[in-house]
Design a protein. Structure first.
Length: 100
């Protein structure tokens, strides 16, 4: 059993256990259905890049993840997948995984 949970489905931290919450899907007239699925991703950034990203996100009142997503979309629309390693070498970024 998970930490801070009792067998009755209640957690000891005052929150309702997710299995006890029921949500009813109600269609809204005129609402547009989103067809985009999202996957959470986490990546390490150099301190210098992370600081610059954090500052830009704060100044523009947006999220860091939105900036990263936009940059990746632009990269893949304007660039070529085969140029990734060349661009990484030019920027001084080393691949983090060893090659066989």
């Amino acid at each position: 059993m998970a930490k801070n949970q009792t067998s009755s489905g209640k957690s000891t931290n005052g929150k309702i256990h997710p299995s006890r919450i029921r949500s009813i899907a109600v269609p809204v007239n005129g609402a547009k259905r989103s067809v985009t699925a999202f996957i959470r991703s986490s990546h390490s950034l150099s301190t210098r890049l992370a600081d610059r990203l954090r500052t830009l996100a704060y100044d523009q009142r947006t999220s860091e993840s939105s900036i990263i997503e936009c940059a990746l979309w632009l990269f893949f629309e304007k660039g070529s997948d085969t140029n990734v390693l060349r661009l990484m070498r030019n920027a001084g970024i080393e691949p983090r995984r060893r090659r066989p």
